[in-house]
Design a protein around this ligand. Structure first.
Ligand code: ADP
Length: 627
């Protein structure tokens, strides 16, 4: 009744398992991949410019600083200029500056602030514009981008009308992209017309077409690219007043693009935020223009990896994450994901630092977190269900084990009484042998032997029950082992006599040891009786005792059937009997050596066997002298 309930519970578990996992493993894997790819697909549709800009700035900030082209020189109207001139440079000062620059024959001179802001007498200003017109190339790079039909905005009012104006606008991510006010891009061309920077750059690198330039992308009617920034201070500006007064060697500017701008800290319009710093005066417009020019001259604009690559990387990393979360142990999983995050970040950094390739990091990294946190609860459910199953199975096994022990104990107890009665009756009948004929005597002896065997078996089962319920306690008393062995041999002598087996003893005088007499008797009885059982008639058994290295060693050697090498390890197992013995008519339970080993180990001793099949076996018990 109980067993059938237990079995029903087991069947229930199996049933639940098959309902829970109705899919084949390949289908489950396909579903996982489909999920990961969908996450990647959806994620790549979401624009995460701000986060991406952060990773971009990080890469830019820690990138080794690239060499400049050496073709760009900057001149700043700075604090020193204001101090020495005691005012903003007027038309006269600008005329002097240009006159000084003309001596060195620069390739072009570009004003990156509004020249109409130059104050002074009309003649002085006129003298400045006249001087400028004598240069090979003189431009005003204006911070504007006139729409078609509004080109008139690029004409300056008199007396500046002779200065050619070209758009050279400053960008900042205010309403688009990262929206953090940082300048990262420049405008290469609009409505198909190049801005000032590519026009100047091409005079050095000879690259005439848009397609020749790295990293250009389309944005609302313009072609733009990212600036290859060098940190603030890379382009050291000459002080306006120094150049004007001829304190800077003129050959410094020969054949170069000389840019003139402001660095007076009077207005934030002359400054910008950069990927290196969010400070509103992180860099002068002047230095930004120098950066843009060098980006173009050296064709170093970072190359943004295409969308499909972003999707592919995101999908691959999502798939990896899903499999890691669902199949690996949590600590290993976390380690692998940590390594993936760092490995991927390093990979992106190196591509940027070495090849100026900008691989988007945000989508792949976010996909790790999304897939991880999506599947963690699922994983927890699976783990919980698994431990619940283990718990149930364990409970079931404990119940079955308990049931078995109770059953064995009950059976053994109930068998003992009738068995004792049979043994008693057989003894009574044997006392009056004369009344029995030969066959009857043989039958009664068989009854006596069989009941003896059965009662030994029951004894073993009871011992096993006591072991399993941990009831065995050592009852230690000082004992002479030689004495104990002699008693065992005397008791087994009648068995040996029946097979004409000679038991030889060689006992060394030993000190008494503390031992449990009953248990040790059971050990030695088993060894001696096994030796008799598994030996042929007329053979010899040698039982020796000696003291070796503070241990008491008992050996029982026979000339019996022996034990094969494969069986040597198993003979001490519970219920184990070798195949040849099972197939023979030699009785036994397979418990004797298991109990012997257990009892010897209770005494902190050791039991071993050496054997040669067909030649005999030697069992060695060693017991410490002080248990
Ligand atoms: P059993 O009741 O079968 O003798 P044991 O636990 O005492 O159980 O022994 C386990 C098995 O080890 C035996 O069945 C037998 O195959 C083997 N064995 C034990 N002692 C000897 C021996 N002296 N010679 C050969 N085989 C032995």
């Amino acid at each position: 009744m109980y067993a059938s309930t237990v079995m029903a519970k087991g069947a229930g578990l199996l049933l639940k398992r098959s309902i829970f996992f109705p899919f084949k493993p390949w289908l489950i894997n396909a579903l996982r991949i489909a999920f990961a790819v969908s996450v990647a697909g959806v994620l790549c549709q979401i624009k995460l410019h701000y986060l991406e800009a952060l990773t971009y700035d990080f890469r830019m900030a820690y990138k080794p600083v690239a060499e400049t082209s050496g073709q760009v020189e900057t001149i700043a109207i700075d604090a020193k200029t204001l101090k020495e001139l005691q005012k903003d440079p007027d038309g006269d000062s600008h005329q002097k500056l240009i006159a000084e620059l003309r001596k060195s024959k620069p390739r072009a001179v570009v004003y990156v602030f509004d020249p109409t802001s130059i104050k002074g007498e009309l003649e002085e200003v006129q003298a400045f514009t006249d001087e400028a017109a004598k240069l090979d190339a003189f431009y005003y790079g204006a911070n504007l981008l006139p729409k078609q039909g509004h080109e008139s905005l690029l004409k300056l009012d008199p007396p500046f009308e002779t200065i050619p104006v070209f758009p050279a606008p400053k960008t900042s991510d205010l309403n688009i992209f990262a929206k953090d006010g940082v300048t990262r891009r420049f405008i290469f061309s609009f409505d198909g017309f190049p801005t000032l920077h590519p026009l100047l750059a091409r005079t050095y690198n000879g690259l005439q077409h848009e397609e020749d330039y790295n990293g250009l992308f389309e944005f609302i009617g313009t072609k733009q690219a990212y600036i290859h920034f060098r940190p603030t201070g890379t382009y050291k500006a000459h002080s306006f007043v120094d150049v004007m007064e001829g304190k800077v060697k003129t050959k410094q500017f020969h054949d170069k693009i000389v840019m003139v701008g402001k660095d007076t800290l009077e207005t934030t319009k002359d400054y910008l935020r950069t990927p290196f710093s969010r400070n509103i005066v992180a860099m002068t417009n002047l230095e930004m223009h120098a950066n843009i020019l060098d980006t173009l001259i050296l064709n170093q604009s970072p190359l943004l990896s295409p969308k499909w690559q972003d999707f592919l990387l995101t999908a691959l990393i999502s798939i990896l994450t899903v499999f890691v979360v669902l199949t690996l142990r949590p600590t290993k999983g976390i380690l692998i994901l940590g390594a993936t995050v760092s490995g991927f970040s390093l990979f992106c950094y190196l591509l940027f630092a070495v090849f100026d390739i900008w691989v988007e990091m945000t989508h792949p990294l976010l996909s790790i977190f999304i897939c991880y946190y999506f599947f963690i609860p699922y994983r927890l459910i699976i783990e919980n269900r698994r431990s619940w199953e283990y718990y149930q199975k364990n409970k079931l096994l404990t119940q079955v084990e308990e049931l078995k022990s109770n059953f064995l104990r009950m059976m053994s107890h109930d068998l003992k009484t009738p068995l004792a009665r049979i043994q008693g009756m057989a003894d009574i009948v044997l006392r009056d042998k004369v009344r029995l004929n030969q066959d009857q005597q043989k039958a009664v002896y068989t009854i006596a032997d069989s009941t003896e065997e059965l009662s030994e078996f029951i004894g073993s089962i009871l011992s096993l029950g006591r072991i399993e319920s941990k009831e065995i306690k050592l009852n230690l008393k000082s004992k002479d082992v030689n004495d104990l062995l002699q008693k065992v041999i005397d008791k087994s002598q009648y068995l040996a006599n029946r097979k004409n087996i000679d038991i030889i003893t060689e006992f060394e005088p030993l000190f008494s040891v503390k031992a449990d007499e009953d248990l040790l008797k059971q050990v030695f009885t088993n060894l001696v009786e096994n030796a008799i059982k598994y030996s042929p008639d007329e053979s010899k058994i040698l039982v020796t005792t000696e003291e070796v290295d503070g241990k008491m060693v008992v050996q029982v050697a026979d000339q019996g059937r022996g034990i094969s090498e494969a069986d040597l390890d198993n003979v001490f197992e519970k219920f184990y009997r070798t195949k040849d013995v099972v197939n023979s008519d030699v009785g036994g339970s397979g418990l004797g050596l298991f109990l012997a080993k257990y009892f010897v180990e209770l005494h902190h001793g050791d039991i071993e066997v050496e054997s040669q099949p067909g030649q005999g076996s030697t069992f060695t018990v060693s017991l410490p002298m002080d248990v």
